[in-house]
Design a protein around this ligand. Structure first.
Ligand code: CU
Length: 150
């Protein structure tokens, strides 16, 4: 994915907008579901999970995340059991980006308060093309696992 995006950008070499590069003819159409935060055990850090579905014909990318409960929110992916911060995650055209336990996730750092089960945390997802999407993320028990049915 990363390679094809780079090749795509190189092919366009400044002349055309990157948004015009893609097989689909409709813009990205994003919706967010299955958002939750396991109640953190740490006073300073928490993880967050959600699914972003793209019904449009153009891919998009999650480029940053902000929240009023955290000094910073970073996007992590898990590779070979180790997590690392990434600049962005792709939301494929007609597909979905799933942030799930054991895989990619959001990391809330420098918590301003400790979220508790039953509360909701507000966050903003910032996308390369679709702008900002606000999400209300419920805080679940520390051991909560979603029934995704997939
Ligand atoms: Cu992480």
């Amino acid at each position: 994915m990363r390679r094809s995006a780079a090749a795509c950008a190189a092919a366009l070499a400044g002349a055309l907008a990157l948004a015009g590069c893609g097989s689909g003819d409709s813009a990205a159409e994003l919706s967010v579901s299955a958002a939750y935060m396991p109640q953190p055990v740490s006073d300073s850090m928490a993880a967050g999970f959600l699914t972003i579905t793209n019904k449009g014909g153009t891919k998009d990318a999650l480029t940053s995340v902000t929240s009023d409960v955290a000094g910073s929110v970073t996007v992590h992916e898990t590779v070979g059991g180790a997590m690392r911060e990434v600049d962005s995650l792709e939301v494929p055209a007609g597909g979905r980006l799933q942030l799930a336990s054991g895989g990619s996730h959001l990391m809330f750092e420098k918590l301003k308060r400790k979220p508790r089960q039953g509360e909701k945390v507000t966050l903003e997802l910032h996308f390369a093309d679709s702008g900002t999407v606000e999400v209300e993320m419920p805080v679940e028990s520390a051991t909560y696992t979603p029934n995704t049915g997939s």
